[in-house]
Ligand binder design. Structure first.
Ligand SMILES: NC(=O)c1ccc[n+]([C@@H]2O[C@H](COP(=O)([O-])OP(=O)(O)OC[C@H]3O[C@@H](n4cnc5c(N)ncnc54)[C@H](OP(=O)(O)O)[C@@H]3O)[C@@H](O)[C@H]2O)c1
Length: 307
């Protein structure tokens, strides 16, 4: 099955090598194939077999329990932690039984919170290092020097191999980068044919400028793309079908991912499906080369006319 293997790329010249498609662990507790450690271990193995080796987590996912589930799955894997890249995030503080001290939802990119969160993540996942640590959301109260200093100390201690951000505006990425001696290797942002803000808000242009490939969350609109009852998204499905037919596929999900892969900023879509056969089908997106007119046909279907 060599032909189906997902290719690899460096996120940044000074950053880690990831699979071109990553898998997001966010929905794992709710997936029939991913909800227990043994099922998840088998799922991870199957991902690795087709070349999806990069796994996206966050401390808060699943009511602060996803990292523990993923860690238990790694223990159940014969290969353990070998052959995969682990991403996690800190900085969003949710209200709930797992964090009784949080009165309100807030963001925290202070030194103390970063260090405590990463120690927890390493313990929950059962690993001595994260391949990539992301600032989940910008914290308006954290001085950039403080966040940068904590990130550098974690890398120096070998607990984190590379650092990045998520949901940051270009100027927020630049501010943090100006205080960091390490490269910010990605900005993980929401982007899909149904969520196109980064095309115009400077995020993708900035990613190209810095050479930091963006990671893309909800690349299929969180599943909204497939809601046949939603008349507003029907023209997009029609365009994806039409373009897919030109490329010999009727899988609109694979065409929607190929639409992201065509961008020159080299995005890494973080796939959220909990069904392995869907991931296998999406691996084919790496072989669909949309030409300029295919790409703009799909863009125009989402907004009537080009920006
Ligand atoms: N940085 C951030 O702030 C942030 C925010 C949100 C998410 N994320 C990350 O992004 C990852 C992906 O987000 P997402 O789950 O919203 O991504 P997505 O791939 O856009 O959506 C996945 C959802 O679409 C459904 N789906 C329905 N038909 C499908 C098809 N034909 N192919 C594929 N999926 C289909 C899946 O259901 P089935 O499971 O039944 O296939 C699943 O519920 C998360 O796991 C998380 O790691 C990051």
């Amino acid at each position: 099955m060599n032909s189906l293997r997902v290719p690899r790329q460096r996120l940044h010249a000074g950053g880690p090598e990831f699979s071109r498609l990553a898998w997001g662990v966010w929905r794992a507790q709710r997936g029939e194939e991913t909800s227990s450690p043994s099922k998840l271990a088998a799922f991870v193995d199957r991902c690795v077999e087709i070349g999806i080796t990069s796994f996206d987590l966050a401390d808060i996912y699943g009511g602060y329990e996803i990292e523990g589930l993923f860690g238990a799955a790694l223990k159940a894997r014969a290969a353990g932690r070998r052959g995969i890249e682990i991403v996690s995030k800190f900085g969003v503080c949710n209200v709930g039984p797992a964090r009784p001290g949080n009165r309100v939802k807030h963001y925290d990119a202070s030194r103390a919170h970063i260090v405590a969160t990463v120690e927890n993540s390493l313990k929950a996942i059962g690993t001595d290092h994260l391949d990539l640590l992301l600032v989940h959301r910008p914290d308006f109260l954290a001085p950039a020097e403080e966040t940068a200093g904590a990130l550098e100390a974690l890398v120096a201690a070998g607990k984190v191999r590379a650092v990045g951000v998520s949901n940051h505006a270009p100027h927020q990425v630049s501010l943090l980068q100006s205080k960091l001696s390490l490269p910010i290797v990605t900005n993980q942002i929401e982007l899909s044919i149904l969520a196109r803000a980064p095309l115009l808000d400077g995020s993708l242009a900035h990613a190209q400028e810095t050479g930091a490939a963006p990671m893309i969350w909800s690349p299929l609109g969180g599943g909204r793309l497939f809601d046949e009852a939603d008349a507003a998204t029907a023209p997009v499905r029609e365009a994806l079908r039409e373009v897919g037919a030109r490329h010999g596929t009727d899988d609109i999900a694979a065409v929607a991912i190929a639409w992201l892969l065509a961008l020159p900023s080299r995005p890494v879509p973080v796939l959220g499906s909990t069904r392995f056969e869907r991931l296998r089908a999406l691996a084919a997106s790496c072989r669909i080369d949309l030409d300029r007119q295919d790409w703009y046909r799909i863009l125009a279907s989402a907004q009537g006319k080009l920006p």
